[in-house]
Design a protein around this ligand. Structure first.
Ligand code: SF4
Length: 171
């Protein structure tokens, strides 16, 4: 026990600080926009098209109490048939390209596609048109919003989702 306490004292606080107030404001804006544009919850289907899973860790963080995505009326669904938007990560591996196309086709119109992370934007560290990857999500399906970052922060992801909803509102 004593050694554990000494270790805690030595290491200190290692968790990330609370999000800046702009994250809380973003969350409120999202909540208002979802209610205004959809009049119900916004359903997102996440597609890992070859990610290293770094992006997924940040997406996962959106569900913690700080970012509180569900509190904004946004939830993830298991089937593209129930989704309003696709959130796609990764440099689209050749093995996942057809699955991504089919997922896109299975999502009802009008649909939104958010390419999340540098890999989804341009192939990132994996590059484009290699033996294993096609690269940008836009090379496979139409993309509405791109969120840069490797990985993108939860705040950047919230901004990307908000941008996609605003695009739908102005369509
Ligand atoms: S953008 Fe970075 S974190 Fe996301 S899949 Fe690519 S390498 Fe991984």
């Amino acid at each position: 026990m004593w050694r554990l306490l000494q270790q805690i004292k030595k290491v200190g606080l290692v968790s990330e600080p609370k999000p800046a107030p702009d994250a809380t404001m973003l969350q409120r804006q999202l909540q208002e926009q979802v209610r205004r544009v959809f009049g119900r919850a916004l359903a997102i289907r996440q597609v890992d098209a070859g990610s290293c899973n770094g992006c997924e860790l940040e997406i996962h963080a959106l569900h913690n109490p700080y970012y509180n995505l569900e509190g904004a009326g946004i939830h993830f669904v298991a089937s593209p048939r129930h989704a309003d938007a696709l959130l796609v990560t990764g440099p689209v591996s050749r093995h996942m390209a057809e699955a991504l196309r089919r997922t896109y086709d299975a999502t009802p119109e009008p649909k939104l596609v958010i390419a999340a992370g540098d890999c989804a934007a341009c192939g990132g560290v994996f590059g484009e048109n290699t033996c294993a990857t096609i690269g940008a999500v836009a090379n496979v399906v139409p993309v509405d919003v791109v969120v840069r970052g490797c990985p993108p922060t939860p705040t950047a992801l919230l901004q990307g989702i908000l941008a996609a909803i605003s695009k739908r509102a102005s369509a």
